[in-house]
Write a protein that binds this ligand. Structure first.
Ligand code: NAI
Ligand code: AKG
Length: 411
């Protein structure tokens, strides 16, 4: 199943609960604009390479469209469309004044030098600068991109439209970025994991956790949960998965990764297993924090964790979701679980517009407040309607967007 079709299935399940009219479903599911551009750059060796870049602006009923920029070789229009629509529901679930967008470039970033990536980023912005802006569409980091890429975006956009740090979030702290943005998605995953554990009466202390992906999101989720005295028994990245039933020393793994260009390859002191095996470990909480579609109908029945926190976007396919639901697994959906990132991006944008820097304490406190509220509203809806947390989160998000569409008028 294609990625956008999967999101549509989740959407329609929630829309059915809300008795939403077909005409409104069509309004909400149809992206506002889809941009596909050629990005041609010269490599360091003098050869010329061409990539395809996308920006999908899904919905702006609740405010400027917001969403990350993914650098990954599997990026295509359908995936970006799906991710953009998730952003629309996500910003609504946490009730921040944004719509949804997403971008991507089909590239293997690790095979390019820093200078080459800078050229690619600037060329991409040359092609899309007219459709982004602090009041229209605000990019941010996603898989394969980072704060440095965001700094290049700010700089390149400024060449056309004048200096404006609010055009992009997730920038380096030294360049109008927000203290705490980098940790925010993983921290949010941690905060929400603790909330869910509490709700189902489980003590987080000693709780066993497996995290797939040790990038921006997975690393900070593992760190936060370790600091909360949970036992992180497995972590992974593209090089493989690392397992120790006694619990891993996460700070040691972070130091190792930092010393090895953000890679765990060769990490010792843990058993090397595969990423597929990690997903099937007998743990209390499984946190997929890398790619989409990793839990599918092929492996869902073998997943043993009674709790799955979707730190990645779309890690569970609809067919797998049905199997997990049947088994009574609690799945905290992406549009809530990883919403800490876009929430902190919103704080950064506010900071940029006011030219007034937030303290880390303020960022953490407000992040906790926004996520807690979204979690409680979702939990309440799920209990009221006897639906899964995913359907409840979609209900919360799509009814807020539908309300904005109705209030704003469609003609
Ligand atoms: N960065 C952010 O603020 C947000 C990210 N997300 C989502 O979280 C997920 C991870 O994003 P980031 O941590 O930012 O990306 P990242 O690029 O910083 O890290 C990705 C991690 O996944 C690993 N990985 C890549 N391919 C893999 C594979 N086939 N098997 C196992 N591991 C693999 C990489 O080695 C790396 O450790 C993505 O789905 C992204 O859309 C969601 C919300 C916000
Ligand atoms: O921080 C942002 O604006 C967007 C983050 C993002 O792309 C996501 O939540 O999937």
């Amino acid at each position: 199943m294609q990625a956008f079709e999967a999101v549509q299935q989740y959407f329609n399940k929630a829309a059915d609960q809300l008795d939403m009219a077909d005409s409104m479903r069509t309004v909400l599911l149809t992206p506002n604009r889809e941009v596909r551009v050629q990005v041609t750059v010269e490599r360091d060796n003098g050869m010329v390479d061409t990539f395809i870049g996308f920006r999908v602006q899904h919905n702006s009923a609740r405010g400027p469209m917001k969403g990350g920029l993914r650098f990954h070789h599997e990026v295509d229009l359908d995936e970006v469309r799906a991710l953009a629509s998730l952003m629309t529901w996500k910003t609504a679930v946490v009730d921040i004044p944004y719509g949804g967008a997403k971008g991507g470039i089909a590239i293997r970033p690790r095979e390019f030098s820093r200078v080459e990536l800078e050229r690619v980023t600037r060329k991409f912005i040359d092609a899309i600068h007219d459709v982004i802006g602090p009041d229209s569409d605000i990019p941010a980091p996603d898989m394969g991109s980072n704060a440095e890429v965001m700094a290049w975006i700010m700089n390149q956009y400024g060449k056309y439209h004048g200096f404006n740090p609010g055009v992009v979030t997730g920038k380096p702290v030294e360049l109008y970025g927000l203290r705490g943005r980098e940790e925010a998605t993983g921290r949010g995953v941690g905060i929400l994991t603790l909330k869910l554990l509490k709700r189902i009466g489980k003590n987080p202390i000693g709780c066993t956790i497996a995290v797939q992906g040790f990038g921006n999101v997975g690393l900070h989720a593992a760190k936060f949960l370790r600091e909360a005295d949970a036992k992180v028994v497995a972590i992974s990245d593209v090089s493989g998965a690392y397992y120790d039933e006694a619990g891993l020393d996460i700070m040691h793994a972070i130091r190792y990764s930092n010393l090895h260009e953000r890679s765990l390859k060769g990490y010792e002191g843990a058993e090397l297993i595969t990423n597929e095996e990690l997903l099937e470990l007998d743990v209390d909480v499984l946190i997929p924090a890398a790619l989409g579609g990793v839990i599918s109908e092929e492996n869902a029945a073998q997943v043993k964790a009674p709790i799955i926190i979707e730190a990645a976007n779309s890690p569970v396919t609809p067919a797998a979701d049905a199997i997990l639901d049947e088994k009574g697994v609690h799945v905290l959906p992406d549009i809530l679980a990883n919403a800490g990132g876009v929430t902190a991006s919103y704080f950064e944008w506010v900071q940029n517009r006011q030219y007034y820097n937030w303290t880390l304490d303020r960022v953490r406190g407000e992040l906790d407040r926004v996520l807690s509220q979204a979690f409680e509203s979702t939990w309440e809806l799920a209990s009221q309607h006897k639906v899964s947390l995913r359907t409840a989160a979609f209900m919360l998000g799509i009814q807020r967007v539908a309300k904005a569409v109705t209030l704003g008028g469609v003609t």
